[in-house]
Design a protein around this ligand. Sequence first.
Ligand SMILES: [Zn+2]
Length: 170
Amino acid sequence: MAETSTCTARACRAVTPGLVEACPRCGARVLTSRRVRILGWVLLAIGLFLVALMGYITLQTYDSFVRPGTSTAGGSRFTGNAEEGRNILNIFWLVIAVGVMSVVNGLWQIATGRRNLVLVAVSLLVAAVLVFTTWETTEALKKAREAEEAPGRILEPPPIPSGANPDKPQ
Ligand SMILES: [Zn+2]
């Protein structure tokens, strides 16, 4: 495969044939196709790992999140409500989407020796949505747990008034 060097300066982005140290047009740092391809293989590996792992987890837990309260084949049980189940599954799909984008970026970089800034931007966007959704869902779950625990406090026995000693005979 023919090696190229792409200028990293946003205003230039000139592609020079071969592996050079700096951009011959503007002198800025270059990203060589060799380096982009190595990073492409890393992205491909990370992406395949994410898709396989999260795909497996989703397959194993899908039923329990869609029908809360029922036990899975593994014996685990999701005790949240249907909306919480949907939100958690959304996080799973987003992790898979990040993995797919990583695979697509990796394949593109291995094939062309160049980065695709549109693909990179889409990947970052999906990752940002994942981070936000995870934060939002975690906060909602936290609030739901607090609301569940709150009525319990009323059921606690009232404290023994100070001065009274039930063990002391009258
Ligand atoms: Zn340049």
